[in-house]
Design a protein around this ligand. Structure first.
Ligand SMILES: Cc1ncc(COP(=O)(O)O)c(C=O)c1O
Length: 370
């Protein structure tokens, strides 16, 4: 079967291989069959192995987008007398604050610049001053801007002050190497449709088992998203409590196999080569980007929009879309940007083609010379 290839330069769902797409075409199966339980078990086990040892870590999966998993963790692990500090340095940190506000969790917000590294001394002062903190939550890679947060340093602080550490690594997992034990991470959120290069629809919470088991006595704040209940039911029955996205799981299995074949390290260097190609091209075109190379994730780049009246993001989007490329709008309040991500089954040659079209478009609107 011939499937038209689109180059998705949005930060997920990403361009996938045909083998991942086709893995979804399977014989109908009831997800309560043992065979399907084995498939879910395979996915959970292999996902855990990317970031931790099976003896100490386990993966709990939900049908839902990445936000569902972040919400599952935040709403399930903070006890009634608990207190959580959230680092907000972009749209996804803000979303965590929105979630804890809805669940009325006692929350301290540490606001930090969306384009510069977190001030660790200031953070430590807040941790010392705010009594009774039990949890700290932050984003690994802020997809808003491309800023890579130093989770290793924050993990050390959490260790020093005996705080449970929650990391949303939605756009980092399966590309940027993570070791949960070394980084002192208790809960890590990720999803099926970004760097793992599967289809959208499954979120996973990779948990330190000891920490997860200690949440069993926390009264449930919701039904579907309760982390411990989802874990305990699967342990007991080899099934999920509610209908899982069956075909998406087959695609996820294939995506995991392909990630293991490529390895996370080599995937990150493939992404890195596309990113370097992008930056070189942008510099040649005279376009600026927001985040300093030193603090950059190499995964998504926020580009300052060309300052000319003829520029229009929607028009530019359509120009690219007609040519098989999908580009993404900006999400930072103080800057006019658009974003280009380099995740998924693409490489630097796709980026070179993107840059050719970008030049064409910029010439068309009179911003660049032919
Ligand atoms: C860091 C981060 N957290 C959470 C999300 C939300 O994921 P979803 O849109 O799948 O709910 C995203 C999506 O891009 C993200 O980049």
């Amino acid at each position: 079967m011939q499937i038209k290839r689109n180059v998705l330069l949005n930060p997920g769902p990403a361009t996938t291989t045909d083998s991942v797409k086709l893995a979804q075409v399977v014989t109908d199966i009831c997800p309560r069959e043992k065979e399907f339980g084995d498939l879910m078990e395979f996915c959970a086990t292999e996902i855990t192995k990317f970031v931790g040892d099976l003896k100490e870590y386990t993966t709990v999966m939900f049908g839902g987008s990445g936000t569902a998993t972040v919400e599952a963790i935040l709403s399930s692990v903070v006890p009634e007398n608990g207190r959580i500090l959230i680092i907000d340095n972009g749209a996804y940190g803000k979303r965590m604050c929105q979630i804890t506000a809805i669940y009325k969790l006692d929350t301290v917000v540490f606001e930090s610049s969306s384009i510069a590294p977190i001030d660790l001394n200031a953070l430590e002062e807040v941790i010392k001053a705010e009594k009774g903190l039990t949890h700290l939550a932050m984003i690994h890679h802020e997809t808003t801007t491309g800023l890579l947060n130093d989770i290793t340093a924050v993990g050390k602080l959490c260790d020093t002050y005996g705080i449970s550490f929650i990391v949303d690594s939605m756009s980092g997992f399966a590309a940027i190497p993570v070791n949960m034990k070394d980084m002192n991470i208790h809960y890590l959120a990720a999803s099926s449709n970004k760097n793992i290069q599967g289809m959208a629809g499954i979120g996973f919470a990779i948990c330190n088992k000891k920490a997860l088991l200690s949440t069993a006595s926390i009264p449930m704040r919701n039904l579907y998203l309760n982390l411990y209940a989802q874990y305990a039911y699967f342990e007991k029955t080899h099934q999920t409590r509610f209908t899982p996205p069956v075909q998406t799981f087959y695609a996820l299995k294939q995506a995991i196999i392909e990630t293991k074949e490529e390895t996370v390290e080599k995937r990150y260097s493939r992404y890195g080569k596309s990113w370097e190609t992008l930056l070189k091209g942008l510099e040649e075109l005279g376009l600026e980007y927001l985040i300093d190379k030193e603090y950059h994730s190499k995964i998504i780049t926020s580009i300052i929009e060309p300052k000319t009246e003829k520029y229009n993001f929607e028009e530019m989007h359509d120009y690219f879309f007609e040519r098989g490329f999908t580009i993404y709008p900006g999400k930072v309040n103080d800057y006019d940007t658009f974003r280009i991500s380099n995740i998924g089954q693409i490489d630097y040659t796709d980026m070179e083609n993107f840059l050719k079209i970008l030049k064409e478009y910029l010439v068309k609107i009179g911003y660049a010379k032919a």
